[in-house]
Design a protein around this ligand. Structure first.
Ligand SMILES: Cc1cc2nc3c(=O)[nH]c(=O)nc-3n(C[C@H](O)[C@H](O)[C@H](O)COP(=O)(O)OP(=O)(O)OC[C@H]3O[C@@H](n4cnc5c(N)ncnc54)[C@H](O)[C@@H]3O)c2cc1C
Length: 488
């Protein structure tokens, strides 16, 4: 039963049933079930009051994730008198911001090599430097605002699991060298990798001290409090149903409308695909996570990983590993297959087959953890644009701002986007106006059923390429086509 004031999800009931055996049967009933991070956020997650009636503001923001909250934060810090209101369909941190892998890294959805090809070396370098500055700003802002985000400058280690992954590591290093950033990256021998973390089949690694890890739930919840302390209003369990730009710009919600004198900001990321007018802007793609119980000192002794670097491999189907502040291993990977019509639903967050695959992958990386217990499993949608490139824009004519399309690399990027949007809305220079993802729009996704066919094909093909490489088999005949279509 969903009761006002309870930390219970809007609209969920405990009597839900009818999901198939392929789905893990535990459905989200409480905001604490959204993810381990939300459960461990250190607060009751009691929803803030919803919007009660229509009103006038300067800036109305849809979505209380990192993008919406950072935008509100920087607007208010620069202009404390501004009337800023954020409307959130559930509670702050309900989306990807409260569910992610905790990597706060200067990674961008478009690789360094491809960015250089597309925009030139100076622009590619500027993006990576701006993201590195955003990582540091997240650390500094957390300290300034008293947010216990568990920020740890742990660095990033990409492991080549199998000889077939070495060329990709060398390719990445060469791309960074071309940008004059090679001194930040070090190619490691198998022995050097083992000195950091003992992973099976490690043929080498690429290490950088850049990149940090943090507690996503504490960051997003703390940020919401910082926005309120700066004078912003946050209305939770308030779903926006429409938006209208122009001189009478307004965000329409189920409870009334917010008329915005200066700007409306659409910061709903993957969930924006539910909003009329934006259904084909971003593809909601799921990423899923399994979390172990805390490891014993003996188990950590077997694995090493004392410095807790963010860990990945060069698989096409991404994997990411994080050592949590309380000594667990978070293993993240792809999500449930794409659902027709860009459907977003809770059952996709706990897709049983995918969770089993993730847990088996963790055991393959660390066989000494064969008997480890998994205590939490969750997932969430990331917003993927057709061209894999995020966009941050504000149109002074329509007064509509947008930032998103981070494709799973949004912790640092959303901070940068918030700084950029706040600057443009207020007519101030943020210094990031020339970045190649400023003031742009990705092409819309192709209509269904073609979208379903293409996306499902790509998901399957990239998985087949990885599996063939790992088994030492010949590459699938369509590998070059799939890699060309999926290159980023
Ligand atoms: C499982 C997973 C792992 C990830 N791991 C990493 C990682 O390790 N590092 C990294 O950099 N990135 C990672 N990401 C991506 C990163 O978390 C996101 O890019 C980032 O959090 C996006 O922030 P956002 O504020 O734009 O969107 P969100 O956090 O999704 O927030 C959008 C908010 O808008 C609300 N909303 C949507 N529509 C409406 C509406 N109509 N009315 C009112 N409210 C609405 C939603 O409820 C939601 O709270 C991961 C994502 C997932 C799902």
């Amino acid at each position: 039963m969903s009761l006002d004031g309870d930390p219970t999800l809007a609209g969920t009931t405990s009597t839900r049933r009818g999901w198939g055996t392929r789905w893990i049967t535990k459905m989200t009933l409480s905001y604490k079930d959204v993810s381990f991070w939300m459960e461990d956020a250190g607060e009751a997650l009691t929803p803030r009051p919803a919007l009660a009636c229509s009103g006038d503001v300067d800036v109305a923001i849809l979505g209380a994730g990192y993008t919406g909250l950072w935008t509100a934060y920087y607007l208010l810090k620069a202009n404390p008198g501004l009337r800023v209101a954020v409307v959130e369909g559930e509670i702050a941190g309900y989306g990807a911001s409260g569910r992610n892998g905790g990597w706060c890294s200067p990674r961008f959805p478009v690789s360094a090599g491809l960015m250089t090809k597309r925009y030139g070396a100076p622009a590619a370098r500027a993006v990576l430097m701006a993201l590195q500055a955003a990582v540091e700003e997240i650390r500094d802002a957390s300290e300034r605002e008293g947010i216990d985000a568990c920020f740890r400058a742990c660095g990033t280690l990409t492991v080549a699991r199998g000889a077939h992954q070495i060329p990709a590591l060398k390719g990445s290093l060469a791309a960074y060298e071309r940008l004059g950033m090679g001194d930040r990256y070090e190619l490691l021998s198998p022995e050097q990798v083992a000195g950091r973390v003992r992973v099976t089949d490690a043929h080498g690694g690429l290490y950088t001290p850049d990149g940090a890890s943090l507690h996503p739930g504490r960051l997003v919840r703390g940020l919401a409090r910082a926005v309120e302390a700066a004078g912003g209003a946050i209305y939770e369990r308030t779903r926006a149903t429409e938006f209208h730009g122009g001189t009478r710009a307004r965000l329409v919600t189920e409870a009334g409308e917010l008329r915005a004198a200066k700007a409306i900001v659409l910061a709903g990321e993957a969930y924006l695909s539910r909003l009329p007018g934006l259904r084909r802007a971003l593809l909601p793609v799921y990423s899923l996570i399994s979390l172990t119980e805390p490891l014993t000192p003996a188990q950590w002794g077997e694995i090493g990983w004392e410095r807790g670097e963010n860990l990945a491999s060069t698989r096409n189907t991404v994997v990411y590993l994080t050592k949590t502040p309380d000594g667990r291993i978070l293993f993240g990977s792809r999500g449930a297959p794409y659902a027709f019509g860009s459907r977003i639903s809770e059952d996709q967050e706990r897709h049983g087959e995918t969770m089993a695959m993730i847990q088996n992958s963790l055991r393959a990386w660390f066989p000494s953890l064969a008997g480890i217990r998994f205590t939490h499993a969750w997932g969430g949608p990331v917003g993927m644009p057709m061209d894999w490139t995020p966009a941050v824009r504000f149109d002074a004519g329509t007064r509509i701002g947008f930032a998103g399309g981070y494709t799973g690399q949004g912790v640092a990027t959303a901070n940068l986007a918030g700084q950029m949007l706040a600057g443009t809305i207020e007519g101030r220079k943020s210094g990031y106006e020339e970045l190649p993802f400023a003031n742009r729009r990705s092409p819309g996704w192709i209509p269904e059923p073609l979208r379903w066919l293409v996306v499902r094909y790509m998901q399957g093909a990239l998985e087949r390429i990885d599996e063939a490489a790992e088994a030492g088999r010949r590459r699938p005949a369509d590998a070059a086509i799939a890699e060309f279509l999926g290159r980023h």
